[in-house]
Write a protein that binds this ligand. Structure first.
Ligand code: SF4
Length: 288
């Protein structure tokens, strides 16, 4: 069973912005090049590949995602998408699920408020009581919310927006200091806030791309995650919209049909792309 606490991989930064004072490089015939930054160049390439549809041949992953989107519909925009609120949200429910976190987060917003000073001013007993709607161990979650609020207030001046402007590796390191946030959680925040086109994979649904042949499963959760991530990076443009769509569709499929235990393959729209299905179809379909 994969566990998020096993997350220990890290990715490098996206690229280095050239110093604007450096003379532009020359082209082969000696003329100065247009002098775009590496990030700018990548943006243009990705825009042409993804947004304007100039790529003739879609990658296999894009075709699979298109079929999932046709089946489930366009993924809804995720909420919340502010980094601080996302950290609060994931700590508002336990066992951690969207439904419980949504309930706990809504109660926190209504009864206490989301601002660090509001959380810190609330009596501990009230915070604990409010957290009951988010599931078990409300006391522990109340304590974590106070810890988050205190750190954001004292270390980051009340907001995590400045953290997101740091170099990618540094931003990720700062985010991982918050309770329950591992590599996958930090990368999810970087992607949802559109800070960077990170190939985040839903931590409890990495079996979805792996079953579909995108990456290799390993006994080690971190190695499986990294492998799925590398496959995504190889198949999709480094663009937030493309990466976010993949994240949301893999998650939807993992929660609806492609559950980690007993997937409902008989209803799945992409069986012909699935290695797991090919290997287990006898068992999945039952005797003829
Ligand atoms: S065929 Fe089954 S295992 Fe494969 S992607 Fe579909 S639901 Fe998942």
């Amino acid at each position: 069973m994969w566990r998020q606490s096993d997350e220990e991989l890290s990715r490098g930064e996206l690229g280095v912005q050239e110093d604007s004072r450096t003379p532009p490089p020359k082209t082969e015939d000696g003329a100065p090049s247009i002098g775009v930054t590496e990030m700018g160049f990548r943006f243009v390439v990705n825009f042409l590949r993804y947004d304007s549809g100039m790529t003739k041949a879609k990658t296999r992953m894009t075709r699979v995602l298109d079929r999932l989107e046709k089946f489930y519909g366009k993924p809804k925009a995720p909420r919340p998408v502010d980094a601080y609120e996302m950290v609060l949200h994931r700590n508002c429910g336990y066992p951690q699920s969207d439904a419980l976190c949504d309930k706990g987060f809504a109660a926190l917003k209504k009864e206490i408020g989301l601002r660090p000073e509001e959380i810190l001013a609330a009596p501990v007993a009230k915070l604990r009581e409010v957290m009951r709607v988010g599931g078990i161990v409300p006391g522990l979650r109340a304590q974590r919310l106070r810890e988050i609020a205190a750190r954001v207030e004292t270390e980051f001046g009340g907001s995590l927006r400045a953290v997101l402007k740091r170099p990618l590796a540094e931003a990720k390191k700062a985010l991982r200091k918050f309770p329950t946030l591992g590599e996958a959680g930090a990368e999810k925040i970087l992607l949802f806030t559109k800070t960077a086109p990170v190939a985040a994979v839903p931590s409890n649904c990495i079996h979805v791309p792996l079953r579909l042949g995108f990456g290799r499963e390993s006994k080690n959760w971190a190695a499986s995650y990294k492998s799925a991530q590398e496959a995504i990076l190889a198949e999709l443009p480094e663009a937030c919209e493309a990466q976010l769509r993949a994240y949301l569709l893999f998650k939807q499929h993992g929660r609806t049909l492609c559950k980690s235990a007993r997937p409902k393959c008989e209803e799945c729209p992409v069986t012909d792309e699935c290695g797991y299905f090919a290997a287990t179809r006898g068992r999945v379909r039952g005797p003829a």
